[in-house]
Design a protein around this ligand. Structure first.
Ligand SMILES: Cc1ncc(COP(=O)(O)O)c(C=O)c1O
Length: 381
């Protein structure tokens, strides 16, 4: 019998989630009900933030957070080219320009020195991304923001469960920080997101703008500013509350799978693994992304793994080299060499909390045999 296929990601959903969703359905209040506030409060407390606003996606959260810190037409937002495209797109929604700076070759996060070099008189905000759940160097970005009097929005969409060296959870420093709850995330509501922050004025603005610009004390169909429909339904909030209950266990399981991968992949020549936690920072495990040796054909590796029933994906592509960004901003190869080198070699392997030792072993064996064909491009074709 052929081995069962191993997907890239798989959410952990059980009876608690089923019950939570059914309870909301039975309550008859499917949106703007009591689960919304409960989910916001419990999430804020989980990441040590004073306040939180639930939104319909991480992207919506980034958009509202950028608006809330004052980003507007003609501004520049310094950010990482090695991220999911939403972190750059969010600035474009406000006709601001995402200005990229290169990444650190070890953590793969925006390099604070490169970011400093990219700041101009038009910079309105810094948007570091805690990529693959590894905490960005927020002390350095906060210092840079202070020196230049610019705002910070943290893209924490991949970083639930991560901690900074001082023990503070990512998202709990008071800067607006945005989490995402798409189905592959550490916690999922199917689609969804959360913005955490400290300033009560931001709560008023984000809550209003996610709900078509309606102030909390205003009546039905009364709107005093431009807004959007970025609400998160109570069904999703109910699901989020059930997922929060099992978050500690899911994060621990992810960390165990990562440790198994480290053991199983150790010693594969030229293969680079996700950086180990450094200087007291703790990764919130989201994906397990390796960087293949430079002489390995990545597309062929993906095909070979697929033949063995193992899903894998090049992850992430460099944003500035995507056709839309090239055409719109004239970006070209060679601008951010570290990002481009990493993006050309990185491969996400299957990674989810319930992954068994046997499945990790199968992925390791599959990768090992693909790598052993190094230099023999086309061997499978
Ligand atoms: C780094 C990063 N930013 C932003 C997003 C956008 O989140 P969403 O898909 O919930 O809109 C994601 C999610 O995939 C992400 O990984």
């Amino acid at each position: 019998m052929a081995d069962e296929a191993i997907p890239l990601a798989r959410p952990v959903l059980g009876e608690e989630e089923e019950r939570a969703v059914i309870d909301v359905l039975r309550s008859g209040q499917l949106s703007l009900g009591p689960r919304l506030e409960q989910f916001e409060q419990q999430f804020a407390s989980r990441v040590g933030a004073p306040l939180a606003s639930a939104v319909s996606s991480g992207t919506a959260g980034l958009h509202l957070a950028l608006r809330a810190v004052g980003v507007q037409d003609g501004d520049e937002v310094v950010t990482s080219p090695f991220s999911f495209v939403a972190s750059a797109n969010a600035s474009l929604y406000e006709r601001a320009r995402p200005v990229f700076a290169d990444i650190d070759p070890v953590t793969l996060n925006l390099d604070p020195q490169a970011a400093a070099d990219a700041v101009t008189s038009r910079t309105r905000a810094l948007l570091p991304v805690h990529v693959f759940g590894y905490p960005a160097d927020m002390q350095a970005f906060e210092a840079l923001a202070g020196q230049n009097d610019v705002a910070i929005v943290e893209d924490a969409c991949e970083a639930l469960g991560a901690r900074h060296a001082d023990g503070a959870p990512v998202g709990g420093r008071g800067n607006p920080a945005v989490f995402g709850f798409y189905a592959n995330k550490q916690l999922t509501t199917g689609e969804g997101g959360m913005v955490t922050f400290a300033d009560p004025a931001l709560k008023e603005r984000i809550d209003s703008e996610r709900n078509q610009g309606r102030a909390p004390d205003m009546g039905w169909l009364d709107h005093d500013r431009l807004g959007f429909n970025y609400r998160l339904s109570d069904i999703a909030c109910g699901l989020g509350l059930a997922q929060l209950e099992r978050l500690r266990e899911m994060l621990a399981a992810r960390a165990r799978v990562a440790a198994r991968y480290r053991e199983a992949l150790a010693g594969m020549e030229g293969l680079e693994l996700p950086c180990a936690d450094r200087a007291g920072n703790e990764r919130g495990w989201f994906v397990f992304v390796v960087q293949l040796p430079r002489d390995v054909d990545r597309d062929q590796t993906v095909r070979e793994l697929a033949t063995a029933g193992i899903q894998s994906k090049p992850y992430l592509p460099a944003i500035h080299l995507m056709s839309f960004y090239r055409e719109r901003f004239g970006h070209r190869e060679g601008e951010f060499p570290i990002c481009e080198d990493v993006a050309a070699r990185s491969l996400a392997l299957p990674f989810f909390p319930q992954m068994s030792e046997g499945q990790v072993g199968r992925v390791a064996d599959g990768l090992s045999s693909a790598l052993s064909r190094r230099g023999r491009a086309g061997a499978l074709d």
